[in-house]
Design a protein. Sequence first.
Length: 101
Amino acid sequence: MNLTQEDWVSRLEADDKSVILDVRTGAECDEGVIPNAINIDIYEGQGFITKIEALDKSKNYYVYCRSGARSAKACEVMNSLGFENAFNLLGGIIEWEGEVE
């Protein structure tokens, strides 16, 4: 599901089963990440799928990338693997107005 930054943040803050997932490359993450995000690089192909399959499907995933395109694809992959709640941050980190570490 695609969410605006405002909706993504409000859902995230009210969610006690949330996991923030950054699907960018390690080099991109070195430039800054949303606090508490875990990184699984979507460009890892099968490695990405293997790592995603190991995640807890009962959690709710708040997914982002640089602009929102890769994270939208990641949400599609997650849905196909049985994850019911994967939320894509529209605009990605380049439009992010919140904290970065």
